[in-house]
Design a protein. Structure first.
Lengths: 139, 139
DNA sequence: GGTATATTGTTGACTACGCAAAGAACAGTA
DNA sequence: TACTGTTCTTTGCGTAGTCAACAATATACC
């Protein structure tokens, strides 16, 4: 439990200094980039990131100010505000991804063998996937 | 990475509502209880919990107010302030430990077999232990 | 001894969240 | 249509942590 805290902080700090992104912000961009239209309802984004809606609102404030994400509305449901990845956001993600993946690799490098990593991910995959997929506009 | 965040929050929330302890506060009590004299320098406690010294200062503020930990000084180095577990702290830890361990069990129950848990902990043990042991008063 | 350097702990200012409450919009039902 | 309940989002307030700067003390070296 403790190791995760520090690992998270380490990765988060690297992203922050190198690209000005928190780990959650990075993952938000990543999640959005994998959506069909690079957009997601804020509630759904919250579920994916395991944040509360208020956390997402505040995180998106920053990303919107930075121009990495835009707010878009839904034609059929005026309650909904989408988080929509911008071109700048896509570029930022691409730039950050390389460094981020390299950081993670470094953390494991030399510590575990290929076989051990495979074992580990096999076992971890059996744990419940908390954040399932969600439908889009019409819920 | 995401699953850890929510798991931590879940366990932390349970400790909080059931015993008024944050997860870090719980671990602080646990770490102290395992020390020879149930005491630790604040810096060392910070290293064990992977917190910064200021984080420890603030957490101990709460634990001291609650009477679970006392401040003690070192005879040979006046910079040092120990965090010293009190009897009340020991009792609180004992009370919280049962519920906490049960919560963790529940999380894994039914998800992994005994063999899988063994495999998992075997592999995880190979990852570097970030927080090593420390000497006491004279560093 | 006297001075530079390191360690310990605290504080102020800040960030990043959570929770609870609220308002707006939607959906179902009488 | 009016009423009731649900969903989506934001906001105020509180908590827990970080970082940078600081004072006090200890250590090392001349």
């Amino acid at each position: 439990m403790r190791a995760y805290a520090s690992t998270t902080r380490l990765l988060s700090a690297q992203l922050q200094t190198q690209h000005g992104l928190s780990l959650n912000a990075y993952e938000a961009l990543l999640v959005l980039s994998r959506e069909p239209d690079q957009r997601l309802k804020r509630v759904d984004l919250a579920r994916r990131l395991l944040l509360t809606p208020s956390g997402v609102t505040r995180m998106l404030d920053g990303l919107e100010q930075a121009g990495l994400v835009e707010r878009a509305s839904c034609a059929t449901d005026r309650r909904i505000a989408y988080a929509q990845l911008t071109d700048a956001g896509r570029d930022k993600l691409k730039a950050a991804a390389g460094a981020h993946v390299a950081s993670i690799h470094e953390l494991f490098e030399g510590q575990l063998s290929e076989a051990e990593i495979a074992k580990l991910s096999e076992v971890l995959d059996k744990l419940p996937d908390v954040a399932g997929p969600d439908a889009s506009c019409g819920t």
